[in-house]
Design a protein around this ligand. Structure first.
Ligand SMILES: Nc1ncnc2c1ncn2[C@@H]1O[C@H](COP(=O)(O)OP(=O)(O)OP(=O)(O)O)[C@@H](O)[C@H]1O
Ligand SMILES: [Mg+2]
Length: 502
């Protein structure tokens, strides 16, 4: 039989689910994509329907395989990458979701997180590399165990399973109730806040702290190994061989495998990650310490990370919440109808602020309005808010790492926006560069899977460093300082807008 010539990546993001098929040279030969519903039942809450996500995953896989006219035997392996932290609980018996998936952006547990900060902040940072926050899975799962009737008892009996989206999809893809593999990888597990980061094991003390029965947890494995084989008709029998959280996957996909290499992904949120090698570096500047990947039998690698919860989602909000544009891509044209921000700033603290400020009580605001302001100024302020947040993350990263980033390597859907990229270079005062392949998240997952089966054997995926475009800063230091001071005034006013949660 002929050798398989392709590798697949299932990229389950916050906004959409896609399946990409790469050839040996890492060229995309097929891509299928579907958005799913963002369910916001109360202010600050964000949910997904896990059943919808699974359906979308099955459809995009089948569609992309049909597009490229491939049979399962044409694929060497499939990798899975995913929105991280989002908590899913489902039934081992029939695979039904037992509750809405609580999404990483959901702030319903902010009050508990504040209490936890006082009692357990130091222990959590030391063991997990993460501050207490509603961002991570543990408090979301604790909330579900308390509020979904019967869930705790079923979990203790091993009938109810927990996982981040990678686990849920792996289990479903490999057979579900009939032999589905219940596992996760170190990158995803490192975002639950239940894993001892350096030992890469669930920590009994943390499970007790969050009241989580061990029987419901997936097994923690490496990011690149054969976990099982797919049962889905379009890819039946193909090894599922990569599991990597989306941001760590993008780091791999950008070919950042050495200490000091960094990338920033502008998707739903914005995420800056810097590789720190085999050492988990504790942050003093409000960043996270996280697993970067463990490729098969290799040593675990770590990264420093700064995340902003809202970036591309602000553009979606202009589209769906305000109806200012019909598609995300239109935001750039609208922003270009005005020459500058006209003094208008938008702080997208829709459910608090993450790194480096960690202010759960912050709420969004638009500041600096005058009668001069038009829709174009709002569009500009929305785009620019991503750049201001990333500038803060870069500054924090440089403090922690004790080194300067020469340039910023970017990717993600929102990096298509050239106005934003120029503004980012202006604000940073250094170049921003974008690879030709923007689907670095999928490429990273494909790479993890391809390595596990020997389809790719190099240290990094083929061609990831080929550049598409670079932007050089054009703004002088005075102009930069003026903009930044406006942003800081706006952010200051957004902090603790809601009473500090108790
Ligand atoms: N041309 C554009 N200008 C500005 N924003 C854009 C543009 N195109 C897409 N976006 C924004 O980028 C985001 C989509 O990016 P991407 O496709 O990387 O996200 P995703 O993978 O679906 O979500 P996730 O962040 O969960 O991975 C959306 O929020 C969208 O509003
Ligand atoms: Mg993505």
């Amino acid at each position: 039989m002929a050798e398989p010539r392709f590798v697949g990546a299932l990229d389950q993001g916050t906004t959409s689910t896609r399946f990409l098929i790469f050839d040996r040279a890492a060229r995309v030969v097929a891509l299928s994509r579907r958005e799913h519903a963002q369910i916001c039942p109360r202010p600050g809450w964000v949910e997904h329907d896990a059943a919808e996500i699974r359906r979308n995953a099955e459809r995009v896989v089948a569609q992309a395989m049909a597009q490229a006219r491939l049979r399962p035997a044409d694929l060497a392996a499939v990798g899975v990458t995913n929105q991280r932290e989002t908590a899913v609980v489902w039934s081992r018996r029939d695979g039904r979701a037992l509750a809405p998936a609580v999404v990483w952006q959901d702030g319903r547990t902010a009050g508990e997180a504040a209490q936890l900060e006082r009692r357990e902040g130091a222990r959590l940072r030391r063991l997990t590399g993460l501050p207490p926050s509603s961002y991570f899975s543990a408090l979301k799962l604790k909330w579900l165990l308390r509020h979904i009737p019967g869930l705790r008892a079923r979990a203790a009996r091993g009938e109810a399973l927990f996982g981040t989206v990678d686990s849920f999809l792996l289990w479903s893809l490999t057979g579900g109730p009939r032999g589905g593999v219940h596992a996760t990888d170190v990158t995803n597990a490192s975002r639950t806040q239940m894993m001892d980061l350096r030992a890469a094991r669930w920590d009994d003390g943390l499970l007790e702290l969050f009241g989580v029965p061990r029987a419901m947890l997936p097994e923690i494995r490496s990011s690149s190994e054969i976990y099982g084989r797919a049962v889905l008709a379009s890819i039946r029998g193909v090894p599922v061989a990569g599991l990597v959280g989306d941001q760590q996957a993008a780091l791999l996909g950008q070919g950042c495998r050495r200490i000091g290499q960094a990338k920033c992904t502008y998707g739903t949120g914005a995420f800056l990650l810097m590789h720190t090698g085999a050492r988990a570096v504790a942050s003093r500047a409000g960043l996270l310490t996280t697993a970067a990947a463990r490729l098969g039998g290799e040593r675990a690698q770590y990264a420093l990370e700064g995340s902003a919860a809202e970036a591309g989602s602000v553009v979606q909000w202009l589209r769906d919440g305000l109806g200012l544009i019909d598609s995300s891509a239109e935001v750039e044209a609208l922003a270009r109808t005005v020459p500058d921000n006209g003094g208008v700033y938008l702080v997208p603290a829709f459910s608090g602020l993450l790194a480096p400020r960690w202010n759960a009580g912050a709420r969004g605001l638009i500041g600096g309005l005058t009668r001069h302001a038009r829709a174009g100024h709002l569009a500009r302020a929305a785009l620019e808010s991503a750049a201001y947040q990333v500038r803060e993350l870069v500054a924090a990263m440089e403090r922690d790492a004790g080194r300067r980033l020469d340039s910023l390597r970017v990717d993600g859907g929102m990096s298509a926006d050239e106005l934003l990229m120029q503004f980012q270079a202006d604000l940073l005062g250094r170049p921003v560069s974008r690879p030709r392949m923007l689907e670095t998240t999928a490429l990273g997952a494909a790479f993890a899977a391809a390595r596990a089966v020997g389809f790719w054997t190099e240290e990094a995926p083929p061609r990831p460093r080929r550049l598409d475009r670079a932007w050089r800063p054009r703004l002088d230091a005075r102009g930069r300082a003026r903009l930044i001071s406006g942003w800081e005034r706006a952010v200051d006013r957004s902090l603790d807008w809601n009473d500090a949660p108790r």
